[in-house]
Design a protein around this ligand. Sequence first.
Ligand code: TRP
Length: 327
Amino acid sequence: MKKIILTGDRPTGQLHIGHFCGALKNRVALQDQYDTYVMIADVQALTDNFNDPQKVRKNVYEVAMDNLAVGIDPKKSTIFIQSLIPEIAELTVFYSNLVTIARLKRNPTVKEEINQKKDLFKDDVTFGFLGYPVSQAADITAFQADLVPVGEDQLPMIEQTREIVRKFNKIYGETLKEPEAKIGDFPRVLGMDGRKMSKSLGNAITFTDTADEIRNKIKGALTNDLGAKNLLGLLEQFSDDLAVIKKFKQQFKSGTIKYSELKPLLADIIIQKLKPIREKRVYYEKNRKVVETILLAGTKKARLVAQQTLAKVKEKMFLNYFKDAIN
Ligand code: TRP
């Protein structure tokens, strides 16, 4: 039997080349070896976008198209919508007993996000947002995932999932699988302004950017130490020409690098690499029905898997009243 991957994206905006280097490349490469589930995390997206549900709704399609465009193949992978799997919400309730508030507050990614979202949360935070790592543990364990290919910022979520799994198994008996994280080889892609690449910061290169947009963005990239390393990292990710990569790396070390040479070259390479992705994405934009059909089929399949896990969990928790008479 194949091992299982579960991974997901919050539908809060289009995905970009930061996601590509950090997570998407891995997930596309691994879909042949693993039984792969790609979740569009609309419930999680609402934890900090509860006041803008239409944004989340719109981006469910954007994120689905991004995944399909970069090479997630619906014949190999199952793409589905989180909110249509109520079993995940049920698991979240059960797992919430296994996590303390103090532990949730210590999660470094959540901590940083709360700080960034002062406008939304003021001096406090919602129950839903603080608890989203618990719901993420439910996402992962509902599919009994072995591996979770994600960006680096997600490591604390996987760690917390593992803790919940251990605690559950200890109390209720061996039931859930402890997942492992898998990080891309260039996980910390910066935007052209030197901050973390992020759609909301407006510094990202997306799969719908035109060649001119990509050229302009890279032209404006910072070339301080951090910015330069970022450009070289991107070159390494997108170029297949080892000699060129080596040349620029050496020039950087010896302080003779010419950004007037590197930047246009890097832009051309990225434009070339993204071209088939962009074309595929245009196809899905024009054929929304195709995307809907993929999501519907994926969601139905995913739900059956989550139902099986929930049944096992409830049995272990002595919640298996009336077995098949009620469901
Ligand atoms: N938290 C992830 C992100 O912000 C999205 C996500 C939700 C996820 N559920 C998941 C990732 C389960 C991996 C596994 O990108």
